[in-house]
Design a protein. Structure first.
Length: 317
């Protein structure tokens, strides 16, 4: 990589990198369970940060990161790439402008190719710290909570199953749950990242319905509108598999490589962050407070599924 980009400096120690005076902004893109130390080191220098979700995989660590960022005053945002896709921005605007009236019920269903889960479980020796909710369900949850940002969640109730990923990886296949808000509104959600390898979505396949007192909004984000079928594997997704010959194009959340460039939500997200750092322009990126709240909600759902009883919110570390 150093040779490819003509790097002036290369090191395997992030602290040595962040200590250099020419480092003026940082993207934290380590594995999910390795975010905390780089964030704390960057916060200590008050460097602007774009942090890949989640802030941490443990609620206490996420709270520690949040407090450190608040204490140092570092400008930090969290990467929830779905916020940079046109359909979710359009949905956000309709809800924000009151087109649906008071939102009373939201449903979301996410199906994911199990290659994503296998990749995540093979990269950790603590599978209990990651789950479909914490690692991937958080994308759908963030979009919904972003659209319902004026509402206060007070209870989480969920159930999980582990028949596919449990025996080999000690992991969870799927979780279904219900979040209740203080005004009686409901968010019903489910996430499975145990779809067969042959499932055509490279990563994410999502359906969302939003019902309000004055209208309804349904969003098909399953990516079934562009289907690719080939004789040779195309190597899409987290862990390319030689058996995958059909693909829902657009289901890889970062975007697509076209004409030698990454094009799509992650490129737009990065440019928006750079514009914020350089020019002070606004961006729809998640705040660290929103990201911590998202982790708290996913952890509450996982805890409810484990205890088989409702969990009161907010959940304390």
């Amino acid at each position: 990589m150093a040779q490819k980009i003509g790097a002036d400096f290369i090191t395997g120690d992030f602290r040595a990198l962040l200590a250099r005076p020419e480092a003026t902004a940082v993207i934290i893109a380590t594995d999910e369970h390795l975010h905390v130390d780089p964030i704390l080191a960057a916060a200590e220098r008050r460097l602007p940060m774009l942090i890949e979700k989640p802030l941490a995989t443990e609620l206490a660590a996420s709270e520690r990161v949040l407090r450190a960022i608040e204490a140092t005053g570092a400008d930090a945002l969290v990467g929830y790439t779905q916020r940079f896709r046109r359909r979710w921005l359009a949905a956000k605007e309709k809800i924000r402008s009151g087109a649906l009236g008071d939102v009373t019920l939201v449903t979301s269903r996410a199906f994911m190719n199990r290659l994503v889960a296998i990749d995540n479980y093979q990269r950790t020796d603590q599978p209990e710290l990651i789950s479909p909710m914490v690692i991937s369900g958080t994308h759908a949850l963030d979009i919904v909570m972003w659209m319902m940002e004026q509402k206060t969640p007070i209870e989480a109730y969920a159930r999980s199953i582990d028949k596919v990923l449990g025996p080999q990886y000690r992991g969870i296949d799927a979780t279904a749950g219900l979040i209740t808000f203080s005004d009686g509104s409901l968010y019903h959600l489910s996430i499975s990242w145990a779809m067969p390898v042959a499932w055509p979505a490279a990563v994410y396949s999502l359906e969302v319905g939003v019902a309000g007192t004055d209208g309804v909004l349904t969003i098909d984000d399953t990516h079934r509108d562009i289907v690719l079928a080939v004789s040779r594997p195309q190597q899409e997704g987290y862990r390319p598999d030689q058996s995958r010959l059909v693909d829902f194009m657009g289901s890889y959340p970062p975007g697509d490589i076209a004409l030698g460039e990454l094009r799509g939500p992650m490129a737009d997200e990065t440019v928006a962050w750079l514009n914020r750092v350089a020019l002070g322009l606004p961006t729809p990126s998640a705040t660290v407070e929103e990201a911590h709240k998202n982790l708290m909600l996913t952890k509450a759902l996982d805890l409810s599924a484990k205890l088989k009883q409702p969990v009161q919110l907010p959940l304390e570390a």
